[in-house]
Write a protein that binds this ligand. Sequence first.
Ligand SMILES: [Zn+2]
Length: 274
Amino acid sequence: MSTLIVLILLSLPVLVGLSLWRSGQRQARHRQDLIEAGLRPDQRQAILAAVPLIARLPEDLRPMLEGRVALFLEQVAFVGCDGLEVSEEMRLSIAAQACLIPLASDLWYEELTTVLVYPGAFRSRMVSRDGYVVREEEVVRLGESWSRGQVVLSWADVAAGAADPEDGRNVVLHEFAHQFDDLSGDTNGVPVLAEGQSFEEWERVFLRAYMRLRRRAETGRASVLDTYGAQSHEEFFAVAIEAFFERPGDLREDEPELYAQLSELLKLDPVSWR
Ligand SMILES: [Zn+2]
């Protein structure tokens, strides 16, 4: 082999590495430009009209939300199902609600590619195992979150959830809480914690609150947390996120430690937004 060929072969990994690094730099720059550009005034108005919760955001958080919404709209493909045409208002409403969760966090929905939107509740196949018996049944759902970057939503329930920002029910917050949870590699109720946040504390607080909700669900007593969260750790995390944004005062009163952990996780304090 000639010296020239050896030199070319030796320098290939360096050249490939350099080109990947440059493309990564370009992507980061493009992402930063989107975040800084934010939204047009008409888009801002459409969000405020559709999602009253956004009107409560303090001034300093608004540009942060707009930047993330702009990034979300560029990154995510919206697909209308069963004949639904996804309008810009729908995209803005979904994006604004979804972006509340990582609003002040260092984390982002890196893997998210697609949001499928049905006009209303939709049918989905559910496979369950009981020992050797595998059952497949059709269930009706308002939303679903998949671990490979897809979320499915019922538009009727997205709109209803956004219209009442105080009932503690919000299908977009619920499904995107699962996406946020999944950034750790598993949708299991243990998200990537904030820098410096203690895992031992998180686990202690989270498990106790989860057991309290299970007992309440068994005895039929009401809770600020939807008892749907009593079925598993990941559902508990999702309903806790719904309550954190929609009933922060009640959550802080009933579950002060859980509220504090979520507040540390997301670097937000929705109680002070009122
Ligand atoms: Zn869920």
